[in-house]
Write a protein that binds this ligand. Sequence first.
Ligand SMILES: [Zn+2]
Ligand SMILES: [Zn+2]
Length: 323
Amino acid sequence: MAVQCKPIPALYTVYILRSTVRHASLYIGSTPNPPRRLSQHNGLVRGGAARTSRATLRPWEMVALVSGFPSMTAALKFEWALTNPHISVHIPSSSRLAVSTQVKANGQPRRPSKSLASVMSNLHLLLRVPSFERWPLKVHFFNRDVFSAWEKWRAATTEQLRPSLPVVTDFGREAAASGNETSEAAHETPDGRGLHTWGIHALPLDYEPIKEYVAKGQEIFDFGRQGRCVVCEEEMRAGKGLQALCTNTGCDGVGHLSCWGRHFLASGDAGSVVPVSGQCPKCQGAVHWGEMMRELTLRVRGQKDVDKLLRRKRPSGAKKAAA
Ligand SMILES: [Zn+2]
Ligand SMILES: [Zn+2]
């Protein structure tokens, strides 16, 4: 099945990995499962990248990541642009901060070595380019000094990020470590789910956070209770185009996807080319386009995922071996 036929993934991230031994060693990657991927980089489970296999640089830690990619392809594009800012078409050459002066034999500029400051400035830059700005991305920082590097860059530049772009921090390790810093690896379990409930271990890997919303959608659409479009007020007919549901609890407002889009662009997103967020005409609550798209794509393309999410979980301890 082609990638575009899948529902929006529950989680897809682009992460920044740093050696806890040598802070100058940075690596950028992407994954739907950060805890499992970190275990791979640290050699606890199979599948780490060759560049992170040197024992002297382990353990690695994920110091920051970006979530909210609408597909694996989207995350790979962002990862590539962040890894290759010197040649990425997404970054105008005048804004390429880590400009390389060296040229390889094939004429391509040599990839500049990554420093934390250059990664932060390039991340800031990528989050502002139109092709990425429309995605419902969220930036997470798990280390105070990395967040400081981000803040330092943010204060130094006059360029503004979209105000609705969420930037969250979780420095749980500091609270837990109480001065005596323990290695991340010590807290890992073989299945990649650590003992922690903070940082990358607190990220939802499945659709559980939107379970109630998905259940509401099933109830309305399975029983043909769409009613009238909240925007154009026409009667909604089953199977007639894409129909999206308000994200707010208790609101059963449904609208044509094109009507929601037009409504968002005319109000909250004025000046934007693609809808990001707006207000539901029925409940007046805030609605985020990205969240609405997750329910829509799950309902339309991911019935299997919906069934899995809404069915009661089978008792744990199933025979399936840990990955
Ligand atoms: Zn309509
Ligand atoms: Zn509503």
